[in-house]
Design a protein around this ligand. Sequence first.
Ligand SMILES: [Zn+2]
Length: 469
Amino acid sequence: MLNLICQGCGRAVPLDASAPWRCPSAGDGGDHVLAAPPYPNSAAGPESNPFLRYRRAMSAWHLAQQHGLGDADYTRLVRDLDERVAAVDGVGFAQTPFGRSLALQQSAAVPGPIYVKDETAAPGGSHKARHLMGLALFAQVQQRVGLLSAELPRLAIASCGNAALAAAVIARAWQRSLDVFIPPDANPRVVARLQALGAQVAICQRQPGVAGDPCYHAFLQAVANGALPFCCQGSDNGLTIEGGQTLAFELAEQMAGADVRGGRLFVQVGGGALASSVWQGLAQVVPAQQRPRLHPVQTRGAFPLRRAWLALAVEVAQTLGDPALLDRARALTPTGDPQQDQVFAKDLQVHLASPAGQSALAQTLATAASERARFMWPWEEAPHSVAHGILDDETYDWLALLRGTLESGGFPVVASEEQLERAHAQGRAAGYRADPTGTSGFAGLLVLAEAGVLAAAEPAVVLFTGVER
Ligand SMILES: [Zn+2]
């Protein structure tokens, strides 16, 4: 019997429960995200399609095995859905490109090599379809083994861009009805494509005095009314992290192939599922001393993750009982001074490597999970940025992400509009088709480059995800 375990409260939910994607204790003010423990014997296969190559690392495959659906049956199920995705969107799932960019290194004027993992030619034009393909496969297995009615309820997602497009592509391939909740200022080209794919689009206005994203509130209402959370927030569907981890498994193989060890990894953060998936995936397959420092990247428009990191930094320094570290934690600034952030992050990393440090971190994270609102709450104003795809009011998948950030010796970076625009222009000049959201991880690298904190020969990895439309 396999269980998913809540990363917040520790509750176990059997994999063959009817809705094993949300912790039954969710809604009590604590942080709850269901996750499978890393599956043993999940070695990569020879296929290029990540949902075949890494199938043994997915709960959907294990659920299938548990209920007598063999590997050949599961493989056929993946191939069938992938062929239909290709028919809908012109491209199916395959390993996405990874390579060094001399042009970016030159334009960013950094001493070390820059490597790009490019997701822009993937189904839906971003990494988002990975999350949703994982959810579709899991639900299909549930249907095949009789855990979910063939008359599946509608699917629901809140998004204004890439997540909605990816959801619409997968839902169309799967022949399911999808409700998409979008803001009034969504890109008209995106809305037209959603409608062409058969999605039901609902526009959600901000209500005065109501905090948080109105699209997200409408999504929650749809889920309460029985819709399947077909989304990219682990808090609403923990299994969404698994599909995202395929990006990390690919990245780990590609980094090893290019002999890239350590260095830094810059990942754009909106809702946080991408960075959370990537980090948890890397942690499964890359030994700790070979992992890069993790830098989540947000915009000056909204940086709820950095705000949570600041609070967590003080909390963990207090728990460690080190007055000098606590002084440094309290001196950290809202949008960051990379020199100061780096000194703190490296010092803390040394503490956390000891058994006492590990125990202080575990204690702090448990506090943060049970008292979520002290660390993570909706951004107060309606945020604006050229990188509009990462303007989520809250970082839904924040706790696992901050754990990885702290343990890796990295820190969250906040990019200015000028840096975001420059990153986009330099990405385009280097031949990449990513939009300003898609290049915002690279903008984080520019922030550190300007502050002079990058060491010579230190490799940097950025993800480009979200094609220019
Ligand atoms: Zn829980």
